[in-house]
Design a protein around this ligand. Structure first.
Ligand code: BT5
Length: 259
C-alpha cells in the first residue's frame, strides 16, 4: 500500500528539484520535525534538507500550542538559508505550495486563512510553523514546518478541534502521502525560487486568502480587534479596517470569521 512506502529514498528519488528534498531524513516517529530540523541546521545542514516523520509525539503549533500528528498525518520540515528580506515571504511560499499540491494531487480546492492555516470547506487541514535564527543581518537558517491531516479521522482525537478536517475525510478515501509530499516539495521550491523576481508570490497569496473582505475578530497577544480584513501587506501582516475608520496593521494573531 502506497502510504506505508514512505522512506528517504522514495521521497527523494527522481524528485526533479534543485535542492529541496535532495536530502531527506526520515524517522518513523519523532518528537517534532521542526526541532530535529533546527538541530540539523545548527550542525550545518545544507539548504533544502527535509526532515520528515511518520508521526510526531510532541508536534508544536505557534506560541507553544500543541499540534497533533498521529500516524496517517504528514509532518515535515524544510531547512532553508534565505536572505533576511525573504523571511516574511516564507509563509506565502509554504501556503501556496500546500494549496497547489492539494489541488494537483487530490483535486481539492483549498483556501488560505491568515496567517498560517490551509482550509478545505472552511475547516483546517494544514498548519504551518516557520521558525528562524537570525544572526546580525543574516538569516542563519529558517525552518518551514508543515503539518497536514492526510489519512486521519480528526473526530477520533479529542485534542483536534471540531474546526479541523483531513484529506481522507474530505475525499472519502485515503490519499498517497508519498505523492503529496513529493509534489509539495517541488511546489515549495518553485515558489521559493520565484521570490527574487518580484511580487508574484505575494499577489497570489493575497488573492487566495479567504480572510480578505470578511468581518473578523483577531486575537493578537493581549488585544482583540474586530473589523473588516481589508488587505495584507507584502510583509504578510493583516490590515484591519475598524469601525472608527482606522486601519490597524497586525503582524500575528488568530482570526475568527464573524458572520
Ligand atoms: C499551527 O499552529 O497551525 C502550526 C502547526 C505546525 C505543525 C507542523 S508539523 C511539522 C512541524 N513540526 C512541528 O512540531 N510543528 C510543525 P497554530 O495556528 O498555533 O494552531 C495550533 C492549534 O491547532 C492547536 O491549539 C489546536 O487547537 C489545533 N490543532 C492541533 N492539532 C491539530 C490538527 N492535527 N489539525 C487541526 N488543528 C489542530
Amino acid at each position: 500500500m502506497k502510504k506505508s512506502s514512505l522512506s528517504s529514498a522514495a521521497i527523494a528519488d527522481n524528485l526533479g528539484t534543485r535542492f529541496i528534498g535532495q536530502r531527506v531524513i526520515y524517522y518513523p516517529s519523532l518528537a517534532s520535525t521542526n526541532d530535529a530540523a533546527k538541530q540539523e541546521a545548527q550542525q550545518g545542514a545544507r539548504e533544502g534538507t527535509v526532515v520528515i516523520t511518520g508521526e510526531q509525539t510532541a508536534g508544536r503549533g505557534r506560541i507553544k500550542r500543541a499540534w497533533l500528528s498521529p500516524k496517517g498525518s504528514i509532518a515535515l520540515s524544510i531547512i532553508l538559508h534565505p536572505e533576511l528580506a525573504y523571511l516574511p515571504s516564507l509563509i506565502m511560499v509554504a501556503s501556496l505550495g500546500v494549496v497547489h499540491c492539494l489541488e494537483k494531487v487530490a483535486g481539492l480546492k483549498p483556501e488560505i486563512k491568515w496567517p498560517n492555516d490551509v482550509l478545505i470547506n472552511g475547516k483546517k487541514v494544514c498548519g504551518i510553523l516557520i521558525e528562524s535564527e537570525v544572526k546580525g543581518k543574516r538569516a542563519d537558517y529558517a525552518v518551514i514546518g508543515i503539518g497536514i491531516n492526510a489519512n486521519i479521522k480528526p473526530s477520533a482525537f479529542p485534542e483536534i478541534p471540531p474546526t479541523a478536517t483531513s484529506l481522507s475525510h474530505e475525499l472519502g478515501r485515503d490519499v498517497s502521502q508519498l505523492d503529496i509530499i513529493r509534489c509539495l516539495l517541488a511546489e515549495i521550491e518553485r515558489f521559493y525560487l520565484a521570490l527574487p523576481s518580484g511580487d508574484a508570490v505575494y499577489q497570489e497569496w493575497r488573492d487566495n486568502l479567504v480572510t480578505l473582505g470578511k468581518r473578523v475578530q483577531v486575537s493578537s497577544e493581549e488585544t482583540t480587534y474586530e473589523g473588516i480584513a481589508e488587505s495584507v501587506a507584502s510583509d504578510g501582516s493583516l490590515l484591519l479596517r475598524q469601525s472608527d475608520g482606522s486601519l490597524t496593521k497586525i503582524v500575528a494573531g488568530d482570526v475568527t470569521l464573524r458572520g
